[in-house]
Design a protein around this ligand. Structure first.
Ligand SMILES: CC(C)(COP(=O)(O)OP(=O)(O)OC[C@H]1O[C@@H](n2cnc3c(N)ncnc32)[C@H](O)[C@@H]1OP(=O)(O)O)[C@@H](O)C(=O)NCCC(=O)NCCS
Length: 195
């Protein structure tokens, strides 16, 4: 079981955080974050520090709007996993997001069971066009992405439900419009699908 503490990140953590993230970029579990980017967003980070004072876990929030933020850069040192560090860092981020009045948190991840156990539910990636625009367009795996989108209502109020309803409706409308545009370019597509 993890003891230690979960605390906000401090400027002296930046090199450690940059190193932890860099070691997990090659496996594709997290996106690159430069030391400058970490320093510039330090207030959005939480870290797990063990009883010996070592930073062994981290995670951050990335706000897209006053209502929507992403959980990203969530990493626990490999030898210390399954001891609760990841869940505790995520909980600290949830509490911080609640404090900021954010209604919905989301993530794109392969660690689906972990997020489900923390109360997130699976949704469609297309619900987050701003994420796709900002990060996915530049990703070499965009056409072969194995990450799953999950989200969680953290306010418990109707705001997140309304946000979710609107986003699902917009994503559906966008997909229909894209299909109509494709059919207009090649009407045979539509006929093939109808058959
Ligand atoms: C995902 C991660 C942060 C979880 O940290 P952790 O400290 O092991 O999490 P906890 O101890 O709080 O919870 C462990 C439980 O979460 C689930 N879990 C943990 N890692 C998982 C993964 N990669 N895939 C699916 N479920 C996972 C399991 O149910 C696990 O329970 P178990 O140990 O009984 O099997 C950690 O595995 C990690 O750093 N992974 C690499 C980076 C990554 O994928 N980050 C998520 C991207 S945002």
């Amino acid at each position: 079981m993890s003891a230690g503490v979960i605390r906000p990140a401090a400027s002296e953590d930046v090199p450690t955080l940059a190193d932890m993230i860099a070691r997990h970029v090659t496996s594709g579990d997290v996106l690159p974050r430069s030391a400058e980017s970490i320093r510039a967003t330090l207030g959005d980070w939480a870290v797990g520090q063990d009883d010996d004072g070592r930073v062994v876990a981290c995670g951050s929030l990335w706000s897209y709007s006053p209502l929507l933020a992403e959980v990203r850069s969530l990493v626990v040192e490999p030898g210390l996993r399954s001891a609760g560090w990841g869940g505790r860092v995520l909980q600290a981020l949830v509490v911080e997001a609640q404090r900021r009045g954010i209604a919905t948190l989301f993530t794109l991840t392969r660690a689906v069971t972990f997020f489900e156990r923390q109360g997130f539910t699976i949704t469609d990636k297309s619900v987050f066009p701003e994420k796709i625009f900002k990060d996915c367009q530049a990703c070499p795996l965009i056409d072969d992405c194995d990450e799953i989108a999950l989200w969680m209502d953290i306010t418990g109020g109707g705001l997140a439900e309304e946000l979710k309803r609107q986003r699902l409706a917009t994503a559906l409308a966008l997909r229909r419009a894209q299909r109509r545009a494709a059919d207009a370019v090649n009407p045979l597509n539509a006929k093939e699908i109808e058959r």
